[in-house]
Structure formats: C-alpha cells, structure tokens
Ligand binder design. Structure first.
Ligand SMILES: [Zn+2]
Length: 114
C-alpha cells in the first residue's frame, strides 16, 4: 500500500508536469501576442489571445496553489505532524486523507470554517 508520502510525491510530480505544460502554453501565447499588434481593443485576434491568456493563467495559479499544498503536506510528513488536524489536534480520518492528502483539518473543523 502507498504511504501518504508516496501519494503526495506522485501528486507533486503530476502537478509539476501540469505546471510545465501551462507555462509552455503561456510562453507560446506570449510569442503569438508579441507577433501581433499590441492593440487588443481593435484586434479581434488579440482579444481572443487575451481571453485565452487569462484562462491559462488561472489554471497556472491553481496548479501553483496545489503544489504549495502538496509541499506543505510533505513538510508535515517530515515533521511527523501529517494527518493531525491543525485546529483541534485530532487525527484526520485515513479515508479523508486518502481522498485529500493535502487536508489540514478534520472534517468537523473543515465544515465549521465554512
Ligand atoms: Zn479538527
């Protein structure tokens, strides 16, 4: 059976690949935009590129946040605090950690926060 650290490392690898992907797409768009005129307002093509940029940049921000969460969880594994709710100090159920290895709160504390 995989340990939480294995799951987290696999998730980190996958997130890093996705990050490299979106960064490559952004670099491509940057080139495409540079080749066009900078006048987005009157250039339908430029407007499309801007919308596409915003969408991919949104994905990038999400992947970076995901990576941060994974790194923080791996730090907790090293520190021996992985799987302990940061609010109440109780153990986070294994089932929850399996679905969300980056969870920092038990179900009750996570729900209370909302
Ligand atoms: Zn809790």
């Amino acid at each position: 059976m995989d340990t939480p650290a294995d799951t987290l490392r696999a998730a980190r690898d996958s997130a890093r690949r996705r990050l490299a992907d979106v960064e490559a797409q952004l670099a491509q768009l940057r080139d495409a935009r540079g080749a066009e005129s900078a006048d987005d307002e009157h250039d339908p093509e430029g407007g499309t590129l801007s919308a596409e940029w915003s969408r991919i940049e949104g994905v990038r921000v999400g992947v970076v946040a995901e990576l941060d969460g994974i790194d923080a969880a791996l730090d907790r594994v090293s520190a021996g605090t992985f799987g302990i709710c940061e609010v109440c100090g109780n153990a986070i159920p294994a089932g929850r950690l399996k679905v969300r290895p980056t969870a920092t709160r038990c179900v009750r504390c996570a729900e209370r926060r909302q």
